[in-house]
Design a protein around this ligand. Structure first.
Ligand SMILES: CC(=O)SCCNC(=O)CCNC(=O)[C@H](O)C(C)(C)COP(=O)(O)OP(=O)(O)OC[C@H]1O[C@@H](n2cnc3c(N)ncnc32)[C@H](O)[C@@H]1OP(=O)(O)O
Ligand SMILES: CC(C)C(=O)C(=O)O
Ligand SMILES: [Mg+2]
Length: 525
C-alpha cells in the first residue's frame, strides 16, 4: 500500500472522546484503552491534553512510555506552556506527535480569542515552529475551519506548512458542514494551499447533524488521507466520527474508495465493548457496526432471506468485526479450549493466567445459569479485569433484607487488603445496597461521596447477570467503578469497591511517573 492508497486512522477516544461529559477515564483505564487501540492497529493515538492537569500529563506520559509501534500524540493550544508540557509528555514514545491548534473562524476570533486575523496567523506559525523544535511530526488544526473564510484558511495553512507542519487538520468543530461543503473545501485547499502536496490533509468531523462519518468520507474522496475519529463515536456534544464506522465503510465500500487502513477489523467489537465497560455507557442496541442488533434478525421475511443467503440482509461479515457467529454453545460442560476460543473471538487476548481465572469464574456462573451468552462472557472477562486491582478485595458479602414498614436491611462484608490484613464489618442501611456500601466504607475507612449508581442486565433471561456502575467523588476527584454478578446487590458492592480502590490508587500516584515540577509550571501557561 502506498501512502496515497492508505487512510491514516487518528484515534482521539482518549482526548476528544474523554472530553465529553460522563466519559472521563482514570489512569489505569486510559492505559488499558491505549493498549487496545494500539492492538487494533490505529496509526495515531491522541492520548490527551497534557497541559490540562497533572493527571492528563501523567496518562499521556505513561501511554508514551508503554505503547510501542503507534504514534502517540498530545494536544496543545498555541501557547508556549501547552506545547512544552506536550513535548515532555510524549517524549518517551518511539513515534511522537505534537498537535497544536488555534481557532480561525470570525466568531471564535472575535468572541473567544479576542484576536485579529494577523495575530491568529502569527500565533499559529509560532506554535508550529516551537513544536517543531521538539519533534519532527507536528500537526496543526484550524479550529472551526468549516466556518472560516476560505481565503484566510489558505493563508494560515500555507504559512504553517512553511513553518514545518506535516499534517493539516481541517476540523468541522461544531458539526455544521454537509458532505458537499466538505468535498468542496478539501478540494479547494488541495489546489490552493502552498505545499499541500507535501503534507497529509486530515478530517475531524463532529456529529451534531449526524453527518460525521459521511463528512469524513467526503473529505477522503477529496484527498484527505487522515481521519480523526473516536471509538463508539464518543466526543464533544454529539461526538466524533465513529472509528468503527469509518473503518468498516472504507472496507465494505472498497469498490468505491479503493483505500486501505492498517486496522485489524476483527478487534473492533472487543475494543468497543471495552470502552463501554470502562466508561459505563453501553452502545445503543441499533448502533451501526457494534450494536447488539447490527447482526440480529427477528422478522420472518428477513430470517427467511438470511437462511437462504446471508447476503440478502447482511452487507458485512460479523466475524470481520469480531462479532462471533460461533456454533459452539457454552455451558457447564464446556472446556477451557472452547472458552478461550470464544474469548478470543470476542476480541479478548487473555494470558494463560487470565484464562484460568476467567474459566473458573465461567464454571461457577455456568452452574448458576442455564444459558451462557456472549454478553455473559464479556461481562465476566471485563468484570474480572476491573475488579482485580486492589488494594481491597471482597471475599464475602452477606445481605439480609426484608420488605414492608420497619423492614431492616443489613450487610456484612469480609474484605482483605493487599497487605494481607482482613477486616470484617457490618452495617444497616436504607436498602440492601446502601447497607453493603456502608459496610464497605466502614471496613476500608475510606471517605467518598456516591455521585451516581446504576445497574443493568447483561444478556437475557431472569438469570441474566447484572452489570453495575458506580461513580464516587472525593476532593474533586471523580472515579468510576464497575462490577458484574448474577446478584445485583453483589454487582453493586463490587462496583463500589472497584471505585473506592481506584480513588485510593489515584491518591497515590507512582512518584516515578508523576509530572516533574517544570511541567507543573508549564500547566499555568
Ligand atoms: C475543539 C476542542 O476540542 S478544543 C480542546 C478542548 N480541550 C480542553 O479544553 C482541555 C481541557 N482544558 C483545560 O484543562 C483548560 O481549559 C486549560 C488548562 C487548557 C486552560 O485553562 P485556563 O487557563 O483556566 O483557561 P480557560 O479554559 O478558562 O480559557 C481558555 C483560554 O485559552 C484561550 N485559548 C483557547 N484556545 C486557544 C488556542 N488554541 N490557542 C491559544 N489560546 C487559546 C482562550 O481564549 C482563553 O484565554 P483567556 O484566558 O485569555 O480568555
Ligand atoms: C482541537 C480540534 C482538532 C478539535 O477537537 C475540534 O476542532 O473539534
Ligand atoms: Mg473535536
Amino acid at each position: 500500500m502506498t501512502a496515497n492508497d492508505k487512510v491514516l486512522i487518528f484515534d482521539t477516544t482518549l482526548r476528544d472522546g474523554e472530553q465529553a461529559p460522563g466519559f472521563s477515564m482514570d489512569h489505569d483505564q486510559k492505559l488499558r484503552m491505549a493498549r487496545a487501540l494500539s492492538e487494533l492497529g490505529v496509526d495515531i493515538i491522541e492520548a490527551g491534553f497534557p497541559a490540562a492537569s497533572k493527571g492528563d500529563f501523567r496518562a499521556v506520559n505513561d501511554i508514551a512510555r508503554q505503547t510501542s509501534g503507534t504514534t502517540i500524540c498530545g494536544l496543545a493550544r498555541a501557547v508556549e506552556g501547552d506545547i512544552r508540557a506536550t513535548a515532555e509528555a510524549v517524549a518517551p514514545a518511539a513515534k511522537k506527535r505534537i498537535h497544536t491548534f488555534i481557532a480561525t473562524s470570525p466568531i471564535h476570533r472575535e468572541h473567544k480569542l479576542n484576536m485579529d486575523k494577523a495575530t491568529v496567523l502569527a500565533r499559529a506559525v509560532e506554535a508550529v515552529r516551537m513544536a517543531r523544535s521538539f519533534v519532527d511530526d507536528v500537526e496543526f488544526s484550524a479550529e472551526d475551519a468549516l466556518r472560516t473564510e476560505p481565503d484566510f484558511l489558505i493563508e494560515v495553512f500555507s504559512a504553517v506548512i512553511e513553518a514545518g507542519a506535516r499534517t493539516i487538520n481541517i476540523p468541522d468543530t461544531v458539526g455544521y458542514a454537509t458532505p458537499e461543503d466538505i468535498y468542496r473545501l478539501f478540494s479547494d485547499l488541495r489546489l490552493k494551499v502552498k505545499g499541500a502536496e507535501n503534507v497529509v490533509l486530515s478530517a475531524h468531523c463532529h456529529d451534531d447533524l449526524g453527518l460525521a462519518v459521511a463528512n469524513s468520507l467526503a473529505a477522503v474522496r477529496a484527498g484527505a488521507r487522515q481521519v480523526e475519529c473516536a471509538m463508539n463515536g464518543i466526543g464533544e456534544r454529539a461526538g466524533n466520527c465513529a472509528t468503527e464506522e469509518i473503518i468498516m465503510a472504507l472496507k465494505t465500500r472498497a469498490d468505491s474508495y479503493a483505500l486501505g487502513t492498517d486496522i485489524n477489523t476483527r478487534k473492533l467489537y472487543g475494543v468497543s465493548k471495552l470502552l463501554s465497560g470502562l466508561t459505563g455507557h453501553a452502545v445503543p442496541r441499533n448502533k451501526a457496526i457494534v450494536g447488539e442488533n447490527a447482526f440480529a434478525h427477528e422478522s420472518g421475511i428477513h430470517q427467511d432471506g438470511i437462511l437462504k443467503n446471508v447476503e440478502t440482509y447482511e452487507i458485512m461479515k460479523p466475524e470481520d468485526i469480531g462479532v462471533p457467529k460461533s456454533q459452539l454453545v457454552l455451558g457447564k460442560h464446556s472446556g477451557r479450549h472452547a472458552f478461550a476460543e470464544r474469548a478470543r473471538a470476542l476480541g479478548h487476548d487473555l494470558s494463560p493466567d487470565q484464562i484460568d481465572e476467567a474459566f473458573t469464574a465461567f464454571k461457577t456462573l455456568a452452574d448458576r445459569k442455564k444459558v451462557i451468552t456472549n454478553s455473559d462472557i464479556e461481562g465476566l472477562i471485563l468484570g474480572k479485569e476491573m475488579g482485580t486491582q486492589g488494594p481491597w478485595h471482597l471475599k464475602t458479602l452477606q445481605v439480609s433484607t426484608g420488605s414492608g414498614d420497619g423492614a431492616l436491611h443489613m450487610a456484612a462484608v469480609h474484605l482483605v487488603h493487599d497487605t494481607g490484613r482482613a477486616v470484617r464489618e457490618a452495617s444497616m442501611g436504607n436498602g440492601p445496597l446502601d447497607a453493603a456500601f456502608k459496610a464497605i466504607k466502614r471496613a476500608t475507612k475510606a471517605s467518598a461521596a456516591l455521585a451516581d449508581f446504576s445497574v443493568r442486565s447483561i444478556g437475557a433471561g431472569a438469570d441474566a447477570q447484572g452489570w453495575s456502575d458506580v461513580r464516587l467523588v472525593h476532593d474533586d476527584v471523580s472515579v468510576h467503578g464497575s462490577g458484574v454478578d448474577t446478584d445485583i446487590v453483589h454487582a453493586g458492592a463490587k462496583a463500589y469497591l472497584d471505585a473506592l480502590n481506584r480513588l485510593i490508587r489515584e491518591a497515590k500516584p507512582d512518584p516515578k511517573t508523576t509530572a516533574p515540577a517544570s511541567s507543573a509550571r508549564a500547566l499555568s501557561a
